[in-house]
Ligand binder design. Sequence first.
Ligand code: HEM
Length: 564
Amino acid sequence: MTEESAAPGWLGWLGSLGSSRASRSSRASAALLAASCCCCALLLALAAARRARFLLRLRAVPGPRALPVLGNALQLTGTQEDFFQLLRRCADRFGAVFCLWVGTRPFVFLQSAEAVQPILNSSVHIDKSPDYRFVEAWVGKGLVTSTGERWRARRKLLTPSFHSRVLDQFLQPLHREARVLADKLAAHCGGAPFDIVPYAKLAALDVICGEQHAGERRGAPGSAGERREDTALGKHVAAQRNSNNAYVVAIDRITSIVQRRFITPWLKPDVLFNLSELGRAQRKCVSVIHGFTGRVFAARKEEKRREWEQEQLEAQQRPRGPQVADKPRGAAGGRRALLDLLLDMAHHGANLSDEDIREEVDTFTFAGHDTTAAGLSWCLYVLGKHPEVQERILDEWRSVRSTPGAECEATVGDLSRLEYLERCIKEVLRLYPVVPLIARDIRSPVHLGALGADLPAGCTVLVNAFLLHRDPRFFPEPERFDPDRFLDDSDARRHPFAYVPFSAGSRNCIGQKFAMLELKVLLLTVLERFRVQTAEPNRPLRLVAELVLSNVGGIKISLSKRSS
Ligand code: HEM
């Protein structure tokens, strides 16, 4: 064997060794690839089968024809106003339940009491739709946005803060802010029609953040007689007096940014939103808002710490006995803002971190100001069309008031006796539900009797309160304003889910008693000072379902002085 021939043999052996290894490893790789392909194909087949089953189940839900991938996107390219009209047309055509596809995502709209009941009455379907995450940068995982066990525990903890006994303490700042609102509105008295919404927003923000003025406190600060009466933050932001306050501006701006995001498909993905101008603006707003609530929180926590120390000292000095154990928790110093209640709860062992508390305070500011502002604006809009109703409201007020005086200083007892006013507010919230769409994510199949079929997990359901409240079976002549629909016996005869301005079931509005109290005080104060007229009462409204129900161009009224 020549060297020449030997070398290839030797190399060939090595080569063949290498190539047999290579071929073994390439065979192994091929087998692995084939197995991976099989797995992927299987997974894809399973996903396709699941999707097919999902689509098949949804075939029971009527709706306008949807294109593959695009869904009903082409019908949804119009304005927010067009969208609101589209929902009306679809309900006329398809009835109590219909589906609209946004791309590949189904949105099922419900507008009959029977269809709504299985969703709102459920303790399982409590998950908010994914779009609620748009407010998380602001309110974190507070009561509005949280779910599951976290929500359940938090709701249980916070419910007592809205007990009627506690609400009693919010009256003083409420009266004060109502008077400031009336003072501000006086500038329009006898003048041209104007949009009431911005005024209502500032007043509602002052009420929710409010704290009693130093001059109004009973007793010197820190004295036994002092009783401060606060609402959520316990820090007066004086939004009505200074609408340029950075916190006030940031709240207004972030509310409109969140609104824009809800309705603009390309702003929904976080990556795109964060890169956008609005994303940058939101980050600035969040920094201002959290900076402010953070400072209020730190200052108040320090004050509370001193109160707790004082409390402990007093407890040690007091003779032991049952009266020590009976001392109500959290009553120290008479501080009653929601922030104080939460700090007290945390101090007494509740599972609430500093971050949790800040989130809840931001949550109540978010959930409690735009809603009440819209409620007040719609009330004035409707009452402005009915001067005789304004007179009857004032007559009722004069007949129940327990404290004589020039202006509304209603007590909680007086307010609870204002039954006609309450019926008027309820009827306005029927015609113009402030939260027109209540959204839920469906994570397990739910049977809808109204549909005669199950909705599969993976749908987003939207309760259309605007249309639900116009069901002629429960509200004959639905467009007519008739407060007497809410007389006791009619209420009892109605389907329990026919009227849901504050939602219903376990995830209903925790602040509804407070909201009714607030609306009553604000309305009485305004009506006592002014006669209200709706500008162009016969002009059709241009409604849009933003975070709250709004009208394009605002809600316009005019005012004239009430002489007596
Ligand atoms: C006219 C005024 C108001 C109306 C019409 C209203 C309506 C509603 C509705 C419909 C919901 C359910 C939303 C959903 O499930 O998507 C809700 C939830 C909520 N509201 Fe109100 N609201 C009003 C005022 C207030 C006020 C003044 C506060 C606080 C002081 C408040 C705090 C909340 C909170 C924290 C939630 C979330 C409750 C939970 O998920 O457990 N609301 N509200």
